[in-house]
Design a protein around this ligand. Structure first.
Ligand code: UT7
Length: 329
């Protein structure tokens, strides 16, 4: 094993200005603030309203924020990874479009499709690239424009999702900071229960697929909920056990934000105190791959060098996993 580790050295984020709150949603469909806040924990979410702006628009804004915070120049970046399920187009990648918009001209850029787990899978991938010595400055993005794949006449999915983008800069270090370990899993059993049926190579778009609303997210909520609770809680406990960490060793737990009740289950299983849990589902909703980097973005001022942080996510696939990292600044 190399003694090089991948450490986060900067953070950026972006959410659209438009706030879609539960009251407005309740004028669009048969739902109400009480159901959404008590069953899911969401008060409001952001929606990107800029015409023909896709996920790369938000990702580029997040990169520009990171550049402004860190003084990093576009030409210093040698790899851009984007965890997303909502690339602007089938191709090219969202990463390549975001890089272009942010003035990054020569870096390798590609997407990683692991749905809501996209950010942690991308961060683990970036970490391996750094440890191998192949790349020195990697942007790891988690970004999704979920409003583009949400049916706003379906009350079982519409209240859940929001739009946003977060990004971290990852660099090599020989000190004991950065990504210490990761555990990642996939189980294709999830396909049936959480997917977008049409628009890909199996069911290319037709009038029929549009009439049947097969270009929107389909989710069997209760089935997905059960898996999310079990798998995220178990994998968080697994990574702590594997690294001999007790709840008192953990400074911050940053879970994917799909449902406050799922987060509660992870908190109970790991024993981590609630004050150490980063929550943004109440104001951003489920932003898919963006939920964890947005959590880092909003909370980084509270982090101290050496803090042990657990990231954990669950999403379509099913994909799920945890990362253990030590904050480096
Ligand atoms: O991001 C990664 C993957 N996604 C997840 O991890 C999400 C996992 N699933 C969930 O978070 C939850 O299952 C949901 C939030 C999606 C749904 O919550 P639930 O407690 O599982 O509700 P349910 O689907 O079992 O529905 C309970 C009731 C139903 O009414 P009846 O049949 O009991 O009369 C629904 O029709 O709530 C009703 N309902 C609503 N009522 C008001 C469903 N959606 C709504 C709504 N407003 N928006």
């Amino acid at each position: 094993m190399s003694n090089i580790k991948a450490v986060i050295t900067g953070v950026g984020g972006y959410v659209p200005d438009y706030i879609l709150n539960n009251h407005e949603l309740s004028t669009m469909m048969d739902t109400n603030d009480e159901w959404i806040t008590s069953r899911v924990g969401i008060r409001e979410r952001r929606v990107l309203k800029v015409k023909h702006a896709g996920t790369s628009y938000m990702a580029a804004k997040a990169i520009e924020d990171l550049f402004a915070q860190t003084g990093t120049k576009p030409e210093e970046i040698d790899l851009v990874l984007c965890g997303t399920t909502t690339a602007d187009h089938i191709y090219p990648s969202c990463a390549s479009m975001a890089a272009e918009k942010a003035g990054i001209k020569k870096a390798l850029a590609f997407d990683i499709q692991a749905a809501c787990s996209g950010f942690i899978v991308s961060l683990a991938t970036a970490s391996s690239f750094i440890e191998s010595g192949h790349y020195k400055k990697i942007l790891v993005i988690g970004a999704d424009k979920m409003s583009a794949i949400t049916d706003y006449s379906d009350r079982t999915t519409a209240p859940l999702f929001g739009d946003g983008a977060g990004v971290v800069l990852v660099e090599p270090t020989t000190e004991e900071f950065g990504v210490m370990d990761s555990i990642l899993h996939t189980d294709g059993v999830g396909m049936k229960h959480l997917h977008i049926k049409a628009g890909g190579s199996a069911y290319p778009p037709t009038h029929d697929t549009i009439d049947k609303k097969e270009h929107y997210t389909y989710q069997e909520g209760a089935y997905v909920f059960k898996h999310a609770v079990t798998d995220m809680a178990e994998v968080s406990a697994d990574i702590m056990e594997k690294n001999n960490l007790t709840k008192d060793d953990i400074a911050w737990l940053i879970p994917h934000q799909a449902n406050l009740r799922i987060i509660d289950a992870v908190v109970q299983r790991t024993g981590v105190e609630y004050e150490k849990v980063i929550i943004n589902i109440d104001h951003f909703g489920n932003t898919s791959a963006a939920s964890i980097p947005l959590g880092i973005w909003e909370s980084q001022k509270k982090f101290k060098k050496g803090d042990n942080i657990i990231l954990t996510a669950f999403g379509a696939g099913f994909t799920w996993g945890s990362i253990y990292l030590k904050w480096g600044y």
